[in-house]
Design a protein around this ligand. Sequence first.
Ligand SMILES: NC(=O)c1ccc[n+]([C@@H]2O[C@H](COP(=O)([O-])OP(=O)(O)OC[C@H]3O[C@@H](n4cnc5c(N)ncnc54)[C@H](OP(=O)(O)O)[C@@H]3O)[C@@H](O)[C@H]2O)c1
Length: 218
Amino acid sequence: MRVVIAGGHGKIALLLERLLAERGDQAVGLVRNPAHVAEVRAADAEAVVCDLEATSAGAVTVLLTGADAVVFAAGAGPGSGVPRKDSVDRGASVLLADAAGQAGVRRFVQISSMGAGQPPRTGSDETWAAYIAAKTAAEDDLRGRDLDWTILRPGRLTDDPGTGLIRLAPPPVPAGAVPRADVAAVIVALLDEPGTRHQTLELVSGDSPVAAAVRDLT
Ligand SMILES: NC(=O)c1ccc[n+]([C@@H]2O[C@H](COP(=O)([O-])OP(=O)(O)OC[C@H]3O[C@@H](n4cnc5c(N)ncnc54)[C@H](OP(=O)(O)O)[C@@H]3O)[C@@H](O)[C@H]2O)c1
């Protein structure tokens, strides 16, 4: 399987690239910063420099052509302000989905966030509100497309080692944390299970093995 990952140098993306490579799949990481190419290659993935805020759907279509699946793993990140929540967390996902449609790559896994799909908590600061609005708009855009999409909303991400034990279900799932390593493992399992298409799923740590949790969704 050839899987193109937008935000290819992100923490989840690097873990996902290694998992895919270990089982013989080809991961392609789209990175914004040319200095990140070496680390993506060290994860046994192909690296392509592509700033999703400064390119076109046509150019990304070329990069996606021949892929079996696309994963949106980019994000403006904690240090960013309101405009980049819109240009990355919403805009880059919409651009990637446009390109997937044009390239004929139907399978699309989008990393969203718990909290999307509802108004931000009362008292949230404007950056959090913009983030939740951007994630919600990206999800809504994807649901309207003729693609085999799955929307994955993890809870608070940690860098703890993966446990392989999760709670994965349609919303609402009670708030919680989840290691990035387990998010990467869930994405691999979702890519393997086309029956999870057209589902919006929330993910936190739990007590179900990843494979069983994904199988139970179909
Ligand atoms: N933090 C949390 O608790 C939490 C919870 C739920 C969901 N999420 C979501 O989970 C996803 C992945 O999380 P993560 O921790 O793996 O993220 P991360 O390490 O911050 O990685 C995000 C990646 O996106 C890249 N990116 C930003 N702008 C880009 C652009 N214009 N073109 C191409 N790539 C671009 C970044 O590249 P640069 O290094 O060049 O900026 C970075 O490598 C994000 O969508 C995040 O919003 C986070």
